[in-house]
Design a protein around this ligand. Structure first.
Ligand code: FES
Length: 103
């Protein structure tokens, strides 16, 4: 289950530039890697920094506050000090927009 929401224009999503949005109570970070798109929670599980302010390298997002890293494909916490995985959300392309499925 979950509900699809319009998230962003594809033209707003640039490689290497995480893009933060809010949909209702959800803070979501969108990412583009080549022609693939991903979405995760935008809130770091360590101390609540916004991952959309961090640096995306390949499929790893580095938190701007303490440099913990997550895999944006799986949400897996990769490097200290982050230990708790972040949520990931399904995305799909609809025309020239990206949609995200939220619980
Ligand atoms: Fe993200 Fe500390 S807030 S690593």
């Amino acid at each position: 289950p979950g509900t699809w929401h319009e998230a962003a224009a594809l033209s707003a999503l640039n490689e290497g530039e995480p893009y933060g949005i809010e949909i209702g109570r959800h803070h979501v970070a969108l990412y583009r890697v080549g022609n693939e798109y991903y979405a995760t929670s935008n809130i770091c599980t360590h101390a609540e920094a916004l991952l959309s302010d961090g640096i995306l390298e390949g499929c790893e997002i580095e938190c701007p506050l303490h440099m913990g890293r997550f895999d944006i494909r799986t949400g897996e916490a990769l490097t200290s000090p982050v230990e708790i995985d972040i949520r990931t959300y399904p995305v799909r392309v609809a025309g020239d927009r990206l949609e995200v499925c939220l619980p």
